[in-house]
Design a protein around this ligand. Structure first.
Ligand SMILES: [Zn+2]
Length: 293
């Protein structure tokens, strides 16, 4: 599943590619991809003549701010000629990705939603396993209320709120493993299996440790490790994820090597001991028993 660095990479790509992109037409190829409004016609009509004004990210959610363009002939919409039209929100889940196609071509069978501008340039959403979702939240509604997963997100790893004091507070009475804590989106937003394993390795903390047993100096290290690991991956385009695709539909170049994730049975880069794997709350967990205590 794409995690924070991959979703951030997608966000940057969309922002770069979709310069002044105004949705002229929407085609829904699979109804279940539209999570809200429940009536897909409302989704289609609501998004028409919307400028994809600004792309944000919160956790693993992509959030496009929309402006309704009243006069389609205006080439460079100013604030005067447009009004806010709510948000287009996307969660890629397991296998969702966007592809930008200049002069639209016939879609592949995994195409779920297609957006077109008036010059027939297509922003295509493809999703093999179809767990991804999209919401159009009109201006009068609150995204955080309608999308429960979004409203309940914990702080962003790069925010001020994500500090040692906060971490200490949330883990103090928890007997769950620290790995499960890191995967909990209500505690910290955007971390999934890859970056939880990599951060714990980098901090030298065993993924099996009960969260409340982790000491303050270890928490400081963990917090820093999370930031460093995520930052490094964003810098390399979030390419540790094997199914990840950029807007040209290309698979990433795997520029970033992992230390433990999917390295079961290989030598630890620090101590030479073999990397092990075991499930924690249903998720494959990779770690070095010698380096992580
Ligand atoms: Zn080791």
């Amino acid at each position: 599943m794409p995690e924070l660095p991959e979703v951030e990479t997608v966000r940057r790509g969309l922002e770069q590619k979709l310069n002044n992109y105004i949705i002229n037409k929407v085609k829904v190829c699979r109804d279940s991809t539209v999570a809200f409004p429940t009536n897909k016609e409302e989704f289609i009509q609501g998004l028409r003549n919307s400028l994809l004004y600004k792309w944000d990210r919160r956790g693993k959610y992509l959030i496009a701010q929309l402006k309704k363009i009243e006069n389609e002939n205006i080439q460079y919409p100013q604030k005067k000629s447009s009004t806010n039209n709510g948000f287009l929100i996307v969660h890629l889940r397991m296998t969702g990705y966007f592809k930008f196609i200049k002069n639209s071509t016939p879609p592949c069978k995994h195409t779920r939603i297609r957006f077109f501008d008036k010059n027939n340039n297509e922003l295509r959403y493809i999703d093999v396993r179809s767990f991804g979702q999209m919401w159009w939240i009109k201006q009068e509604l609150s995204p955080n209320r309608i999308i429960k997963g979004l409203g309940s997100l914990g702080p962003e790893p790069f925010s001020k709120e994500f500090n040692t004091k906060y971490l200490k507070k949330v883990i103090s009475k928890r007997t769950k493993s620290i790995k499960a804590i890191l995967l909990d989106q209500t505690i910290v937003a955007g971390i999934g299996n890859i970056y939880a394993d990599e951060s714990l390795y980098s901090a030298g903390i065993s993924p099996f440790r009960e969260a409340h047993t982790i000491k303050k100096n270890e928490l400081i290290k963990l917090k820093e490790s999370i930031k460093t690991v995520l930052k490094k991956s964003i810098g390399s385009g979030g390419t540790t994820f094997s199914d990840f695709r950029d807007l040209e539909g290309e698979n990433g170049n795997f520029g970033l090597q992992t230390n433990v994730y999917r390295r079961t049975g290989k030598e630890c880069r620090k101590c030479g001991n073999l990397i092990e794997r075991q499930k924690i709350t249903g998720r494959s967990t990779h770690w070095c028993p010698k380096c992580q205590k």
